[in-house]
Design a protein around this ligand. Structure first.
Ligand code: ZN
Length: 287
């Protein structure tokens, strides 16, 4: 199943089930208002919305839809650094022996279709194509062999980064958390629609139509199961928590000449079977 979080005609958050180029408004039918709520209901919740959708008589078109991030308020958003060998090398880092984990806040990302904002304090605004694993089943000390049972599904992320702020200290948090600098979406794809761990999928980033990153998710140093297990060693993973799994080589920082996103650009993250996350870029205007 493929879910889209959107803003309905009353301006309220709603959850839809996508069928082709139409959407069943589950919320209007009495279903949950968000994926956050649905994920907490577990398998029973999914079964209920499946039945709800099968009785739907109305569909709305996707055109003109105002998307929201698939999970509105994840309690935790883990982002993984240097998770592809070639990207670690281009960044002049050794491949890590353990997952490199940093944090992103929901204020740092926008939905599909919304503008990424280049802050006025920097021109070094970079793209990073990634996919996201969304936790469905809670767990602590999850063994790697059972980790994928805790993943409800997948989405896409542009881990937009303000490089000078990111790299002037050892902790990357600031440069990874400028307001509206990343994006998350367009939809949430349940795990059963994809290969286990979303492994073996083509991943790309395009800026204004030019392909600047191209890799396969099988090239990750730490796969989804390993990342889930590693994060759960420290924290209780809860439904709606997300793991942003890292980017391959080809980022703007490492190119000659360097490539930075700027006002008027359009950036797309695509992963086979998950979708295309598209965002325009605008300059921040400070009055
Ligand atoms: Zn990243």
């Amino acid at each position: 199943m493929r879910f889209i979080a959107f803003r309905n005609d009353q301006g309220q958050p709603a959850l839809g089930l996508r069928e082709g180029d139409t959407l069943v408004d589950l919320t209007a039918l009495g279903g949950p208002q968000s994926l956050d709520i649905l994920l907490r209901q577990g398998e029973a919740g999914l079964q209920a919305v499946r039945e709800l959708a099968s009785r739907a008589t109305e569909r709305r078109p996707l055109t003109g839809l105002e998307y929201l991030p698939p999970v509105l308020n994840p309690a935790k958003a883990f982002a993984i650094g240097l998770n592809y060998k070639d990207h670690a090398a281009e960044s002049n880092f050794e491949p890590p022996k353990h997952p490199v984990v940093f944090q992103r806040y929901p204020s740092s990302w926008v939905a599909h279709g919304k503008p990424l904002v280049r802050p006025h304090v920097s021109v070094q605004f970079d793209y990073e194509a990634e996919f996201v694993a969304v936790i469905g089943k809670p767990g602590r000390y999850i063994p790697k062999e059972r980790a994928l049972e805790h993943v409800a599904g997948y989405s896409l992320f542009n881990d937009g980064s303000v490089r000078d702020y990111q790299l002037r200290t050892n902790q990357w948090m600031l440069g990874k958390n400028f307001d509206d600098s990343g994006s998350f979406g367009p939809e949430f794809v349940t795990a059963d629609e994809l290969p286990p761990g979303a492994n073996g999928l083509e991943l790309r980033c395009r800026l204004n139509g030019d392909t600047l990153q191209s890799a396969n998710t099988a090239d990750m140093i730490f796969d989804v199961a390993t990342l889930v297990a590693a994060c759960s060693d420290a924290m209780l993973l809860q439904p709606g928590d997300i793991i942003i799994t890292g980017t391959p080589s080809g980022v703007g920082l490492a190119r000659t000449p360097q490539v930075w996103m700027k006002d008027g650009d359009v950036c797309e993250v695509e992963v086979e079977g998950i979708g295309v996350l598209r965002n325009p870029v605008i300059d921040e205007h400070v009055s």
